[in-house]
Ligand binder design. Structure first.
Ligand SMILES: [Zn+2]
Length: 280
């Protein structure tokens, strides 16, 4: 499932392809995504110039010169393909929405499981409406936006485990299962540890780890993206070497737990990977 770094990679691709471009034609091949594509979606986009592409949490917002915006969420399996010289003659199964700009750029939204969606918003106030109105700080927006004190405040009064709290988009935006596991490992904090037992010093460490892990993944996405685009024009997921995620039974990526190994537990129905030696 795409998390902040993957969405950031897609956002960068869309920005390069669509910023300043007038949209010539928009087609919806399948409307019943997780949230149905609005009836007036094609009409709202066609003829408009894209003035800004923004990522907020796991969402991408494309602001139009008409005063409206489109909002894209990739769900579980959503992918965006970008074609510099026009849409392909034959679309693939699960290609649900296509967009063509006047300069010939073609965009395809592909989503086999259809948990993603494309909806419309009013550009001026998209961030004061659900789901953006309750969304926590952007972890990469700078130390004044997201830091240990901010995280400590967001955790105040919470009783559950820290892992579950970090998946809550109102605590911090953009994290999912993978990067929460990796950040907790980096910070040396056990995923089961109660939020009530996370002090401010731990929050400082954790906020720093979240930022480090995300920046590394964004950088890896950027470089992989360039290689990937040469072959099929796709934007989306990338391979990244994780320290603990999906590595049950292996040694973790950076400590001396030579007798131990990464363990998998289940929290709130989702797999958690951690090193019981490093994380306490
Ligand atoms: Zn270890």
């Amino acid at each position: 499932m795409p998390e902040l770094p993957e969405v950031e990679t897609v956002k960068g691709g869309l920005e390069k392809a669509l910023l300043g471009q007038r949209l010539r034609s928009v087609r919806v091949l399948r409307r019943d995504l997780r949230v149905p594509v609005p009836d007036d979606f094609c009409k709202a986009l066609t003829g408009c110039v894209v003035t800004q592409i923004i990522r907020r949490g796991k969402y991408i917002v494309g602001v139009l010169d008409s005063g409206r915006a489109f909002v894209l969420h990739l769900g579980m399996s959503g992918r965006v393909r970008i074609y510099d010289s026009g849409l392909p003659a034959n679309l693939e199964t699960h290609d649900h929405v296509t967009i063509e700009a006047e300069n010939g750029t073609g965009i395809v939204y592909h989503d086999p499981r259809r948990f993603g969606f494309l909806i419309l918003a009013e550009a001026g106030n998209w961030d004061s409406r659900p789901p953006f109105d309750r969304m926590g700080p952007e972890p990469l927006s700078g130390n004044n936006v997201f830091n240990g004190a901010v995280l400590h405040q967001a955790l105040a009064g919470r009783k559950g485990p820290i892992k579950t709290a970090l998946l809550d988009q109102s605590v911090v935006a953009g994290l999912g299962n993978i990067y929460v596991c990796e950040a907790l490992y980096d910070a040396g904090i056990a995923p089961e540890r109660s939020c009530a037992l996370i002090d401010e010093a731990m929050c400082v460490r954790l906020a720093e780890s979240i930022r480090t892990i995300l920046l590394r993944a964004v950088a890896a996405g950027g470089s992989t993206l360039r290689d990937y685009q040469k072959t099929d024009g796709s934007l989306g997921y990338f391979q990244y070497s994780f320290s603990v995620y999906d590595r049950e039974g292996e040694r973790c990526g950076g400590c001396d737990c030579s007798n131990g190994s990464v363990v998998r537990t289940v929290q709130a129905g989702r797999s958690t990977f951690s090193c019981p030696v490093k994380q306490v």
